[in-house]
Every structure is written in C-alpha cells, then in structure tokens.
Design a protein around this ligand. Sequence first.
Ligand SMILES: [Zn+2]
Length: 182
Amino acid sequence: MAVLDIVKYGNPILRKACKPVSDFSALPRIVADMFDTMYEAEGIGLAANQVGLDMNLCIIDVTHTEEADEPLTFVNGKIVDSWGESIHSEGCLSIPEVELEVKRPEFIRFRFQTPDGEEHVEEFGGLLARAIQHEMDHLNGIMIIDRVSPLIKMQYNKQLKEIAKNASRHVKERKPQGNFAL
Ligand SMILES: [Zn+2]
C-alpha cells in the first residue's frame, strides 16, 4: 500500500493517449496504490497517467451515491456510444483548486475489462457516466480545461501556468515493470 504523487497539469504524461494493458499480473498492486492515492486526495476518480503510469486503467468510487455499491476499476476502457447532454461542475486532482462547468453526454455505453480480464459492455448515466468520461478523457490526453470555451480557459491562464511551473519539478513517468517486480 502506498500513496503516490499525483501528476499535475503541465506534465506531458497527461497529454498522452495511454497504452492498452496486456499484462494484468501487476494490476492488483497498482490498483491498490491508486485507491490509496485517490482516497488520500479525497477524489472520486483517478486515471493511471495521473500517477505517472502510461496504461489504460482508471478507478472510480461513487459509493456515496446510489449509483454504485462498491469502488470500480476499469481496464482498457472505451466509450462506444453516448447520448443526451448534461452540464455539471467538475474538479480535477491534476488541476488543484479549479472547478469548471463541463458539458458532456449524459449517458454512455462503455466497453471495459475488470482487473481479472473479464470483458463487459455496460450503460451508465448520472455521476458515474460523468466520472468515467472524465477519466477516459485523461487516458486520451484530454483535460477539463479542454472542455470549456477559450474565453473561460483564458480566465484560468495564470493559475494554470502556476500549476505547470510547479508540476515540472515533480513526478517523472513510472516504469511499472521495474517498480512492481517481486
Ligand atoms: Zn482529472
């Protein structure tokens, strides 16, 4: 169990389309560390590249709502369809102290694997659909600041520059094989 450093806006790994996971053997340890990290930061979702890992993996915990009764882990996720529209404010652990109104489809059809490799296609709505879209954006190199108008983004320019300036001193990309070898 370990709390990892969260990568902040300005770090290039947040702009990467993350690689599919093919070796599932290291996942239990990585996922446990990601949950420790997310809970420590009081987040409800976390994508692997937010802790410096280039892999299509994210975790979400919305057990404070009626929408899920356990924390969720999604591997090799892909949103295959979406419909409807909703606007809601979102924060991001990689962009501290910034909250933005983000417009997204309200419902999604989502294909993913569980950490044991099982394949699923399921439909989601509400907060869970929003959280999945936020994390899948991360895993495709997209952040909430890209989901608002240039005018809104401009209002945060100074704050973003400040975050980016500090980000470069922090986390480097991790190599899962080395870090998680027995
Ligand atoms: Zn985020």
